[in-house]
Design a protein around this ligand. Structure first.
Ligand SMILES: Cc1cc2nc3c(=O)[nH]c(=O)nc-3n(C[C@H](O)[C@H](O)[C@H](O)COP(=O)(O)OP(=O)(O)OC[C@H]3O[C@@H](n4cnc5c(N)ncnc54)[C@H](O)[C@@H]3O)c2cc1C
Length: 284
């Protein structure tokens, strides 16, 4: 399929991208890796009047640690995240997650910002961003804003982002005891169910747990029943099994499609919650 006609401009700075976006009167769209937007345009499900290419803006690239926080630029590719020494050392769950996305072509082109903005119900990063309590940093014509991941994902393909805002980066604290486990769709590798778990353990007890699930519902959400079940417990197999047993009880409107029925997805939420928790405990 051939997309509808569109104008193309390459922005060379963040502010130029914001200005082009604001002047586009809602008809302009940012183009990052193009691995979600271009397929939509080819199917004519998206017909932007103009594309603003943000693929070569230095301010949007890179992974760094500053004042104890880790920041990933929105234009950083999945491959760069997967292979980052800093992430492997300070937040290995994020690098693991990137390595699970699609195939090498997708990982070489697709970006963190594009994935978060697109908010596909089966995308991998959203579950991890919820578990590590990440903040999404945005800039628009009125300045900067940051939104917690738990507020950012609002519905299927819907996030807390205005039409003239750009995701600049995502930030989070270093974390070791976190893990991501997913049942992937064989062809695309999108998550049929993906669960990310992060644990805070002190004095031998779980002080807090954050668990995010993707693929199961219209958008990624936390599993409060699992988090409550784990808090105050010893990080041992019995606690993991009990928590996995209640996983998904809070989920409403579970997806059912050609890849998996609701019943199967609900069963897999329990299985992959257990695997994610076992992975997080193994990293304590
Ligand atoms: C075959 C295939 C398999 C895939 N498998 C997986 C998978 O297993 N797991 C997974 O999670 N994903 C998967 N993906 C999706 C992939 O990760 C995409 O790269 C990603 O969803 C979008 O990133 P992008 O940089 O390509 O964004 P684009 O396609 O360029 O843009 C997507 C949307 O985000 C907007 N946007 C882009 N950057 C920004 C920004 N900085 N600020 C604000 N808005 C922005 C665009 O305007 C557009 O609306 C797959 C894609 C393909 C084609």
């Amino acid at each position: 399929m051939i997309p509808a006609q569109f104008d193309y401009t390459r922005a060379s700075s963040l502010d130029e991208a914001i200005s082009l976006l604001s002047n586009g009167d809602g008809g302009a769209k940012l183009l990052a890796g193009g691995h979600s937007l271009i397929p939509l345009m080819k199917l004519r499900l998206s017909e932007p009047e103009s594309l603003i290419d943000i693929g070569r803006i230095p301010e949007l690239r890179g992974i760094r640690e500053r004042e104890g926080k880790i920041g990933i630029g929105a234009g950083t590719t999945h491959h760069e995240v997967e292979t980052s020494d800093l992430l492997r050392e300070k937040a290995p769950v994020v690098a693991d997650c990137a390595g699970e996305i699609g195939d090498p072509q997708v990982r070489n082109r697709g970006t963190v910002g594009g994935s978060l903005a697109h908010a596909d119900p089966a995308a991998d990063y959203p579950a991890v961003m919820l578990a590590i309590d990440a903040e999404v940093h945005l800039k628009g014509p009125n300045g900067w804003r940051s939104v917690k991941a738990s507020d950012f994902f609002q519905d299927m393909f819907t996030v807390d982002m205005a039409e003239d805002e750009v995701i600049v980066s995502v930030q989070f604290d270093p974390i070791q005891a976190a893990s991501y486990a997913k049942l992937k769709q064989r062809a695309s590798h999108y998550a049929i169910v993906g669960v990310a778990a992060a644990l805070g353990v002190e004095n031998g007890l779980i002080q807090w747990a954050r668990v995010g699930v993707t693929g199961a519902t219209g958008y990624a959400v936390r599993l409060p029943e699992v988090e409550e079940q784990l808090t105050g417990q010893q990080p041992e197999q019995a606690a993991i099994d009990a928590a996995a047993g209640v996983a998904g009880n809070s989920l409403e409107d579970v997806n059912s499609d050609l890849h998996a029925s609701e019943e199967y997805r609900r069963a897999m939420v329990k299985v992959f919650t257990r695997r994610a928790l076992e992975g997080a405990v193994a990293r304590l």
